[in-house]
Design a protein around this ligand. Sequence first.
Ligand code: 5GP
Length: 207
Amino acid sequence: MNGFAITVCAPSGAGKTTVCQALLRDSEELMFSVSATTRPKRAKERDGVDYRFVTRDEFQGMIERGELLEWAEVHGELYGTPRSNLEQAEREGKLLLLDIDVQGASQMVDSLPDTVTVFLLPPSFDVLMERLRGRGSENASWLERRMQTAKAELEELPSFQYVVVNDALEDTVAAIRAIVDAERQRPGRRLGELDKLRRELEDGLSG
Ligand code: 5GP
């Protein structure tokens, strides 16, 4: 099968990171795309696992050398997807799972047109606000900023291929797995693998 990338986007507070982690836990075929970022590391994060933490100069160098499939500035920090993540996934026969922002998703589609794009929605405004407030790291201006970003991101929903309402985690994971399974069956992704069977059927039918 040909490899492809799955991009999961959501407004801040829709539970995207939890969903991606749950997906990765029970899907051997998926590989998490570790982004490069200039933002400071948070307490529980590990360099090279959650993110590759780099300086602004290092990030700039990656842009100039064409090493990023996409990149964007989010809340004043730079985030980007190294091209090498995709190469590694292809080498390992895995599908690359990206947890990136909405601006990055449209660039991914430009760089790799067969990228699968999934938009996660929180189930209600109350749940969105509860999840945003529950993060504990925010003050009023932080919250206001995230709400503005969420509003702008929501406007991009129609440009995505799939939308999943993230209410119960296991249902969301099942829905995304179903999307991935269906996408794997697209003829364009399976042509090489199905050559032998097609030849046999064609030979038999013309014989
Ligand atoms: P956080 O700093 O909270 O981990 O992430 C902030 C936002 O940046 C989230 O929406 C996250 O999905 C997004 N993000 C993380 N990595 C990338 C990336 O490589 N590219 C883009 N465009 N956004 C990213």
